[in-house]
Design a protein around this ligand. Structure first.
Ligand code: UDX
Length: 437
């Protein structure tokens, strides 16, 4: 089929490339000329494992352009995958979605299905359809359907090609059939629901996962107080199929482009409708305080970090991505700097973005973990990169001035630190204090 995808961020580009890999002719549209030039060379402008390879393999089925008239005029299906960033009141900013809708209304010349992949408040599909119908100039039928994405960064290609489910939100026969055809070659359960339900599925799913993480983080905090080990606790919980063993990892809080934004958006939507969604509100609060957990713990060893060498391992919101959105490092590093610490950061792919987010000439960026921890007075782990998890922990003792490791992602087994001469604090587990042994 002839498909156009508007927006080439994580959602749009991954969707476009995966659809091309199934034989569709896909035009990827973006306003950023530099980005388009990069993609025309077969290079992905975002770091996403497997994406560039798939892109290069199916370049014959892919076109990249900034010309929206050309991209929309005879497309059979138009996916909207542009961002819906958070506004200051927590609601979703839909200006990019409306911008695309306006361009479609002006340029689409044949019957087509506009598919909203971006995460949008419930009722947006209805409004977009009305908006397009009011503004359209050519005599053609433009349908609007919802098809939320569930891809996670770092595994986006796999999550799209082998989706847990494909949600097709429309009450009409034609768009449902078209979308079934689009996804014909995808081996995944396909469910056809109403548009508003589809929109809600996305928020309800993401917020449930955020809630699960915040719940487990609170359990972890309690474990520390009562002498239990959160990993043992979640191991025991996970065997219950009703609970499941995924998304039970305690840590210093969730980040990323979805959970923080979608929890706030649902909370906003509830209050806009004179309702309160207390569980989600609690998840947000717990997450905000969880992000500060490690620093609080570290204050046991230092009242403040003035003139201390502080190593930071990992600054992205999770491994496998260079994305920093809502990453715990963005809250913690400024606090360390404010305290007067000499911060050295190691991250395999996130440092360039970090420099842009927190421009500070005093931060030293390191090429190796060893470089970051040499002479350090304390080390914070914010991201569970493989390089950190597989690191020879005896080097913390060998290279640091004072070997105190504060691990926000439970990268190591506690036993590794018994008798190691290293003080090791983590989340939901006892602190191993073997510095003085
Ligand atoms: C998420 C959803 O998983 C995806 O389905 C949706 O479409 C977009 O949002 P993403 O934000 O890319 O994807 O990452 P995810 O792997 O879900 O992790 C989000 C955050 O939760 C990360 O900061 C991660 O460290 C944290 N997390 C995840 C935990 O703290 N504990 C866990 O057990 C799992």
């Amino acid at each position: 089929m002839k498909i156009t995808v508007a927006g080439t961020g994580y959602v749009g580009l991954v969707t476009g490339v995966c659809l091309a890999s199934k034989g569709h002719q896909v035009t990827c549209l973006d306003v950023d000329e530099e980005k388009v030039k990069t993609m025309q060379k077969g290079i992905s402008p975002i770091y996403e494992p497997g994406l560039s390879e798939l892109m290069q393999e199916y370049m014959d089925n892919l076109t990249f352009t900034t010309d929206y008239t050309d991209a929309y005029k005879d497309a059979e299906v138009i996916f909207i995958g542009v961002g819906t960033p958070e506004k200051s009141d927590g609601s979703a900013n839909l200006s990019f979605v409306y911008q695309v809708a306006k361009q479609i209304a002006r340029t689409a010349e044949r019957d087509c299905v506009v598919v909203l992949k971006s995460t949008v408040p419930i009722g947006t599909n209805d409004k977009i359809e009305q908006y397009i119908h009011d503004k359209q100039i050519h005599d053609c039928r433009i349908y609007v359907a919802s098809n939320p994405e569930f891809l996670a960064q770092g595994t986006a290609v796999r999550d799209t090609l082998y989706a847990s489910r494909i949600v097709i939100g429309t009450d009409e026969k034609y768009p449902a059939e078209v979308l079934m055809h689009v996804y014909e070659k995808f081996d995944a359960p396909k469910i056809n629901v109403g548009r508003r339900s589809a929109e809600m599925i996305k928020y309800a799913s993401n917020d449930f996962l955020a809630l699960k993480i915040s719940y487990v983080n609170e359990i972890a905090n309690l474990c520390e107080t009562v002498g239990a080990n959160v990993e043992e606790v979640t191991l025991g919980m996970g065997y219950d199929k009703r609970i499941g063993n995924h998304f039970l990892n305690a840590g210093i809080g969730y980040g990323g482009s979805c959970f923080p934004k979608d929890t706030k958006a649902l909370s906003w939507l509830a209050s806009f409708n004179d309702k309160e969604i207390r569980t989600v509100k609690a998840a947000i609060e717990v997450n905000d305080s969880q992000k500060l957990k490690l620093i609080k713990k570290a204050r046991k060893y230092y009242d403040d970090f003035l003139f201390l060498n502080v190593a930071v391992l990992g600054c992205t919101f999770k491994p496998g991505t260079d994305d920093l959105r809502e990453a715990p490092s963005l809250v913690n590093v400024p606090l360390l700097l404010e305290d007067g610490a000499y911060v050295r950061i190691w991250d395999p792919v996130g440092t360039e973005n970090f420099k842009k987010r927190i421009p500070n000439g005093k931060i030293k960026y390191c090429d190796t973990i060893e470089e970051a921890i040499t002479d350090a007075d304390i080390c914070f782990i914010f991201t569970e990169w493989d390089e950190v998890c597989n690191f020879d922990i005896s080097k913390y003792k060998k290279l640091m001035r004072r070997p105190i490791v504060m691990d926000g992602r439970n990268c190591y087994a506690l036993e590794q630190f018994e008798g190691s001469g290293i003080t090791y604090g983590s989340i939901g587990r006892k602190t191993i204090n073997s510095t003085e042994e």
